[in-house]
Design a protein. Structure first.
Length: 281
């Protein structure tokens, strides 16, 4: 689940960033891999006709069957086990009874708590035959995430991450949503530092080994502006253009970066079956 750029981290003094050791790395690998497996599991189910409420139940059952708990359930009044954001929904879409239809794209955002540690990840899924422009948006967004991850190393800054993402998105004539950001996590769901998906290299917080955080760019085909619907959660593009998002939980290491939430089945990538089949349009 994304964090707004102005939201204060939960239960930690603002401005302090925890640096984690080997035991925490091991715990986050466990949480991250279970979250990745939950998203892998959904590949076979995201098809025309399934409701996002049914997807939510699948995530809850998977968590219960594996000794985990969905972090979003009852979080600040949110009553679902995942977020499902369809087409022009940017993030925090609430699962419901409306079925997915052929040509939809949907982001599914899952955070599982395993032994007190949070694994947070989201992916895009194509439903049936997806218009080519929607497929390309998903590809660009995935590329933005990867470029953000590649910018992570000790001595770089959070601004290097944002600059890499913004540069690629805008080169592809897409826009970066400014209203939400990645966030630190570990035993807390949302913590320092905030990870903006735009900015300038060298600005922001210096990256140090032991930092844990998410990178989760939201990329729009149209303008970057969003609005929150009356439910208080669902964020949509103001111009109703398509939006996509990918998210990984990562750590800064002594030599670079470790991604905790990579798919063990190799289903992170744009050529995976979840992307559906592109059609001209």
């Amino acid at each position: 689940m994304t964090q707004t750029g102005t939201e204060a981290p939960t239960r930690r003094q603002p401005g302090t960033i925890k640096l984690h050791g080997p035991e925490a790395f091991a715990a986050m690998r466990k949480a991250g891999q279970l979250t990745a497996r939950a998203l892998d599991m959904l590949v076979d189910f995201v098809k025309p006709g399934i409701t996002t409420d049914a997807i939510d139940r699948l995530v809850f059952d998977f968590a219960m069957d594996h000794g985990a708990y969905p972090a979003t359930l009852y979080y600040r009044g949110y009553m679902r086990s995942c977020c499902t954001s369809i087409n022009h929904v940017v993030c925090h879409g609430i699962p419901g009874e409306k079925p997915l239809k052929d040509g939809d794209i949907v982001n599914i955002d899952v955070t599982l708590v395993v032994d007190g540690w949070h694994g947070d990840s989201s992916r895009m899924y194509g439903v049936g035959e997806v218009p080519r422009r929607a497929m390309r948006l998903m590809e660009v967004t995935y590329e933005c995430l990867e470029k953000g991850i590649q910018a992570v190393k000790p001595g770089a800054t959070t601004g290097h991450i944002g600059a890499a993402i913004q540069r690629h998105a805008e080169a592809e004539r897409c826009s970066v949503v400014r209203d939400f950001c990645g966030h630190g996590l570990g035993q807390l769901f949302h913590d320092e530092p905030n990870i903006l998906h735009y900015g300038r290299a060298g600005e922001g917080v210096e990256l140090k080994p032991g930092m844990f955080f998410t990178i989760e760019p939201m990329i729009n085909l149209g303008r970057p502006h969003v609005k929150i619907l009356a439910d208080g959660w669902t964020a949509v593009t103001r111009d109703r253009s398509l939006s996509a998002q990918f998210e990984h939980t990562i750590a800064v290491t002594e030599t670079g970066v470790e991604v905790f939430t990579r798919s063990p089945a190799g289903l992170d990538f744009p050529d995976n079956p979840a992307f559906g089949k592109a059609v001209i349009g």
